[in-house]
Design a protein around this ligand. Sequence first.
Ligand code: 6PG
Length: 246
Amino acid sequence: MSKTLVVVVPDADTLAATVASRLIAKIVDAQAERGSAGVVLTGGRIAKRVLAALKELPEAKAIDWAQLDLWWGDERFLPAGDPERNETQAREALLDALPLDPARVHAMPASDGADGDDTEAAAARYAAELRLGGADLPPFDVLMLGVGEDGHVASLFPEHPVLNETGSTTAAVHNSPKPPPNRITLTMPTIQSADEVWLIAAGPDKTDSVSRALDGDKLLPAAHATGRTKTYWLLDKAAAAKVGER
Ligand SMILES: O=C(O)[C@H](O)[C@@H](O)[C@H](O)[C@H](O)COP(=O)(O)O
């Protein structure tokens, strides 16, 4: 049974630094335990700030970057290098400054890649990459998620059919309420396979979705996003303003 923990900090800057510091510790612990670590990145504003904050933390030197697998929870299905791609933004914020093993940076396919603009084929390609380690899914020590105003996580949106997909580890998303319309996403069971899921939200526009999800409103995808051992809600004061009110 996953334990849910809520951590509230004063503001978005502190949240980015706090999450970055926790991420370093989690990666270092996983590497001490099994020699490697697996982290799932997400897109969006606070996620980008976490990566930028991590770059400035001296304790990041404790990480063996060559022994880290990076995955994405979702991707905007755009051409490689497109500034709107989550991969592009993560590379600019942090990844391109690190001595990572390129073979262990598992970006989701671009819309000008091997499958062209076939979102379903690209999603299937990522599912195959997830299986490369021999199991259906690799170990995810931490899976990070931003939270939308509507309570979406990754590219799983409320009342969207993909939210109920359980037969595959990834899915293609069309007509996304958040542009761009075409995306690739991990499915909810894949999210739930992570050891820890961290939901990260800052600002007053997240107050309602955060409190509703924490109150168990299952219409919100964020309410389903739980880790196997721990689920962290990492919030600034504004996003947490209505937590526990209901
Ligand atoms: O591709 C994306 O847009 C993200 O993966 C998405 O799920 C994001 O994390 C949330 O929409 C929160 O984004 P903000 O932190 O910018 O509000």
